[in-house]
Design a protein around this ligand. Sequence first.
Ligand code: ZN
Length: 424
Amino acid sequence: MPIAVPQVEIRSVIQHKVRKDACLPSSPLAKRVSSDPLPTDVIVRIASHLAANDHRASVASLQRCSKELFFALAPILYDTLEIKPAHSDLFLTLGQPTVSDLDTELDLAQKEASIFSATRNALRRLAIFRYVRKMVIHALPSDRVSDAFFQSITSLPFSVFPSLDSVSLLANAVDDIRTWVPTSYDRPRNPAFLEALTRTSAPTKLCISFRALLSEHWEEHREATVPGQYQLVSRLNRLKDDGDGNGWRSLKSFSVHNIVHQVLPSLSNCKNVYHFSSHITGSIARPLLHPPGPESTYLPGPQWSYRSWQLGTAIKNLFPSGVDATKTLEGTSWEFVNTPGHVLTKLVRDDDDESGVGYEEVMDLVKGAVKAGLPQDLPMREGFAKELVGEVFEKIKYAEEEQCTACGHLTHSVPTLSSIRDVS
Ligand SMILES: [Zn+2]
């Protein structure tokens, strides 16, 4: 009996065989160095596409191909600098650089062809640091590395990160600031790495992220992170103005991510944006986000009154007694995003507030409490004129979704989750 054979399959098998054969080397490998290399500007264009598509490791490999490419690709590769303990230690170790004018020293080192020598490591890094526009700090470097970095940069007469525009402090770094113990109490301090940065850069955007966890762990997380919460608020304020004439006065926007229960910091003369977390269920590997609504009811979280306390505190923290309230208000605003997020709610209202409130009520309850509380509390502070209360309210805004100007994250994007065991 004849068997019908599909011709197309036979053809593809033959073609496959031919293609496979064609791949076999018929002669020794060609020399890897081309006599007609790609022009540098073409490589730069390719590298910028690679970097934009998260292939920075490939750009790093390209950069090591030649001395010419090292400097040609540095602006692309070092546009964003990620600080990770141990990984970044060597990079931040500059020794005692005796550079008075970076451009002159670089020209000289290039003419002498000594720029790639081991003795010029610090000079090369200083050249690279000039391109950093965005810094992501995963965790703070050790005190030893930070102290040495501080000494190095304060001995230089120029800004080490002149292009730095945005800084993101991720959850481990925020915990490092909260729990850091200074070696000296002669003045309020921040960890040396941050103090060094505030002396040698002038970013306009700063964002911080709290640790994101599954909703079921929120209360355990709160208990573990209560120590040092007000210290964190005060240290973040000192990043802007340390009282000794140093600090990032250049900051125009400050964002806070993954808020559940935390005491909220505010920076004066900045747009302060607060991204409240939504409920998260599932697992660390497969988190599920539940924005406020019927689907997030009965999930564990703080009471609504906790939220209004957070909002009120974020505003009141900027007006301690004796402060020039009018000056503090210049350019200051507060935007609360996803305010009902992670609040304990239920489907319908009843008399038992302990088990949550109706999910549709949260926004009105929080707004009402803030509206009633601030006119009573603020004028009790010395230096705060009663008529300024109206101005404060004009500067409060509520939103459902917002993109961070520093890191680009959206309020409702699923964050990277930590284990409750990682909480210090
Ligand atoms: Zn951000």
